[in-house]
Design a protein around this ligand. Structure first.
Ligand code: SF4
Ligand code: SF4
Length: 176
């Protein structure tokens, strides 16, 4: 008999708690975001489009084309080739097929050089044709800014302009 009443009160309390939650939200103003004119700020750690990171000190890709990411990728959607040796080894081609990617983040976690990130807050990946979702090296390095725990609020850094060619001006001797 005691068990019966205990279950009865426990169940009733559980229902009342649930109703209280519903009641609270009944009087909370709805949050409607007028997408695509308005965008919600995505959490920093949301897994979005990949970006290959740039070493800000050297302006070079951090990637050394070690292929660890390609090997661990469960869907085999990363393909790359590298050129150079040691610290000067960098990818000459790097593609990620976002048609196949399942956003598991394994490629980011395995990277020994912190050279690839999905913390880009770039979540709009729709494309009219599937081939547009295959990002090559150019697309993967187009975004030079990405949020990180140390630079969460840093403004995007534009890609540096190519330096204009220096024109040698010959010194003219003064006429006597
Ligand atoms: S997130 Fe996962 S599936 Fe996508 S490229 Fe990286 S390892 Fe492959
Ligand atoms: S992104 Fe990282 S794991 Fe992938 S090839 Fe480059 S250095 Fe290696």
């Amino acid at each position: 008999m005691g068990r019966y009443f205990s279950d009865l009160f426990g169940g009733s309390a559980s229902i009342l708690r649930s109703l209280w939650v519903t009641l609270r939200y009944l009087f909370t103003p709805a949050i409607t975001v007028q997408y695509p004119d308005e965008h919600r700020t995505q959490p920093l750690r949301a897994l979005n489009r990949h970006v290959l990171r740039i070493d800000e000190a050297t302006g070079q890709l951090k990637c050394t084309a070690c292929e660890a990411c390609a090997r661990i990728c469960p869907t085999r959607c990363i393909e790359l080739t590298g050129t150079g040796k040691g610290k000067n080894r960098h990818p000459s081609a790097f593609t990620i097929d976002h048609n196949l990617c399942m956003y598991c983040n394994l490629c980011v976690e395995v990277c020994p050089f912190d050279a690839i990130t999905m913390w880009t807050r770039i979540g709009e990946l729709s494309a009219p044709v599937r081939s547009d979702l295959v990002y090559d090296l150019k697309a993967l390095t187009a975004e030079r800014f990405y949020p990180s725990p140390t630079t969460p609020e840093k403004l995007p850094t534009p890609a540096p302009e190519p330096e204009p060619e220096k024109v040698e001006v010959a010194a003219t001797a003064p006429s006597s």
